[in-house]
Design a protein around this ligand. Sequence first.
Ligand SMILES: NC(=O)c1ccc[n+]([C@@H]2O[C@H](COP(=O)([O-])OP(=O)(O)OC[C@H]3O[C@@H](n4cnc5c(N)ncnc54)[C@H](OP(=O)(O)O)[C@@H]3O)[C@@H](O)[C@H]2O)c1
Length: 307
Amino acid sequence: MSWWDRTQSRLIFQSGIGFVYRQLFMHPPPIAAGTTLDGQTAIITGSNTGLGLEAARQLLQLNLSRLILAVRSRAKGAVAAEALRHEFPHAAQQIEVWLLDLEDPDSVSAFAAKCDQTLDRIDLVVLNAGVQNKDAVVSAQTGHEQTFQVNYLSTVMLAVLLLPVLKVKAGSVAGRPARLTVVTSTTAYFADFDHERPILPQFDADRYDVTKWYAREKLLQMMVVRRVAALVDPDQVIINTVCPGLVGETEIWRTLNTSAVLRYLFSAYFALFGRSLAEGASTYVHAVVVAGRESHGGFLSEWGVRP
Ligand SMILES: NC(=O)c1ccc[n+]([C@@H]2O[C@H](COP(=O)([O-])OP(=O)(O)OC[C@H]3O[C@@H](n4cnc5c(N)ncnc54)[C@H](OP(=O)(O)O)[C@@H]3O)[C@@H](O)[C@H]2O)c1
């Protein structure tokens, strides 16, 4: 990360001029009129709520033909799917709820296998599911700290398992590359590690800190995507990362804004520095539909592609 990237991040996140900067310069690029996803199949993880659900809506608005909502709760997924079916009757028969629990590696591999075995084509994948916890939680299945398991280990595992499937399911069917976008965050710019010790064990061994862990996990996502992209032909699959910007109308803060006072402070903060849910989710659409080879391995930050 360059000095300028770091300075912009600090200005935007930590000072009052962030508000003006955001309003003037940080709107996601519009999606060109006439863009259509007719005939295409998309998968979005964590799509029962928040940015994932809104991204699903926006892809369906572009005439997406088939949508897989990859969620950990069948009940929540059913509610989201019903709302989408009601709003988009053209795809009603083709909006499906598939279970995926990123705390459980068996669920991740079963999900990838199901994609391989049952989908004729896969055009777009958005790995959006993520979690932020106020306090440390240990994942029962793996013994890893939960945010590390969900945001980093399982998200990367799913990306790696899906890549060979995507090569076959889009390229040969549609004659163009499949697209895989991992949702990360500009907070990665603030990540720091103890570089004297192996990095990954620090997530489980050290004292949990929500801000530090989240920034580190998001940075590692970007690094892995960058390395993996070097092994993937962008004529087969374009893989990138995207930050939706600061969006208050989601549930990511559910363990943090637990009192009326905190909720009030969070709302004031988002009103000043945040963007709308629709604007945030449109960054996903841009990353997975519009951005091309120039984004392969790169990070679609709030200021454009960082190769
Ligand atoms: N909101 C922001 O300002 C912001 C900024 C930068 C990046 N992001 C990133 O954007 C993504 C979406 O966040 P959001 O703000 O929309 O949050 P959200 O409303 O809390 O949505 C998160 C989604 O992830 C799912 N999820 C959590 N743990 C899971 C697991 N173990 N297995 C499968 N799914 C799981 C949630 O399912 P349940 O509903 O069942 O828990 C939910 O559907 C995240 O990756 C987040 O880090 C958000």
